[in-house]
Design a protein around this ligand. Structure first.
Ligand SMILES: C[S@@+](CC[C@H](N)C(=O)[O-])C[C@H]1O[C@@H](n2cnc3c(N)ncnc32)[C@H](O)[C@@H]1O
Length: 266
């Protein structure tokens, strides 16, 4: 039976990849499995189950497929603490306003986390001194980002007082971001591989956990694109496991090597 095969695949995923399938909606897992099945030429969940057992290398591809849009509020809280404590105040001191690009924003959690911190730094009444350009290649996740409605568990890392101040609980138990956060975010579809900047003279670019499928050459082009999009002295945030390659590292100096924060040099 199809559902039994899916359950068996989920058990394999948990055992081999240590990804907890219960954290995802069933429809999401199913969509991702179907995508991997198409790519590997399997015409049923049962065939894919056998394929997985016989081809251990498929697990890594499945991991990538499952985590492609994964995101959360305050993902890696230490990075956001650093942004709140040091980076936003430094930018505001110099310029009096902030323009940032959240590239590969998925369903919006990262962009709204920045918006919450900006509201805290500037005060809700002055939040219009900030603009966040939030882009992604995937229209489906962008539609969710624009909606700005999240389950309570998505907010587990956000301090309670901030949740109540910046989101509102709806009758159905979901949480909706408040209008002041929406007012500063411009969501749009943008493919980072095109090399087109979304804006110039930005104060910060955050591109975290996006380049999993990019080749080294594409990653380097992306670093050049961000260099071009930032003002001198502008900040560049990468994902915790990402790094600047030798070829492009001279474009930035390191601000915090553990949190992967860099500053445009020159
Ligand atoms: C794992 S999510 C990361 C979300 C968020 N930045 C974070 O760290 O939580 C990666 C996102 O990058 C997007 N993405 C992948 N390739 C892209 C491209 N070429 N241009 C723009 N977005 C891309 C995916 O659609 C996905 O939503």
């Amino acid at each position: 039976m199809e559902s039994e095969d899916i359950e068996a695949i989920k058990r394999l995923i948990e055992k081999t990849l240590h990804i907890r399938c219960q954290n995802y909606k069933d429809a999401y897992i199913r969509r991702r499995l179907l995508s991997r099945m198409r790519s590997s030429g399997c015409d049923s969940f049962n065939t894919y189950l056998k394929y997985l057992r016989e081809n251990p290398a498929e697990f890594e591809l499945l991991r990538n497929a499952l985590t492609i849009n994964v995101t959360e509020f305050y993902r890696d809280p230490e990075v956001f603490d650093l942004v709140h404590r040091e980076i936003f105040p430094a930018i505001l001191k110099n310029r009096g306003r902030i323009r940032l690009w959240c590239a590969g924003c998925s369903s919006g959690e990262e962009a709204y986390t920045f918006a919450i911190l900006l509201a805290e730094t500037l005060g809700i009444n002055n939040i219009r001194n900030a603009t966040i350009y939030a882009t992604d290649i995937d229209e489906v996740v962008l539609a969710r980002a624009k909606e700005g409605v999240y389950e309570e568990r998505a907010l587990s890392k956000v301090p309670d007082a901030l949740v109540r101040k910046h989101l509102a609980r709806r009758e159905d138990g979901l949480w909706e971001v408040r209008p002041h956060l929406r007012s500063i975010i411009r969501f749009s579809r943008h493919d980072l591989m095109t090399g087109e900047p979304i804006a110039r003279f930005l104060d910060m670019v955050s591109c975290r956990n996006v380049t999993i499928y990019f080749t080294e050459a594409q990653k380097n082009d992306l670093t050049r694109l961000f260099h071009q999009s930032l003002s001198p002295g502008g900040f560049y945030l990468m994902g915790k496991t990402e790094y600047l390659s030798r070829e492009v590292e001279q474009l930035f100096r390191t601000y915090n090597s553990i949190q992967k924060v860099f500053v445009r040099s020159g």
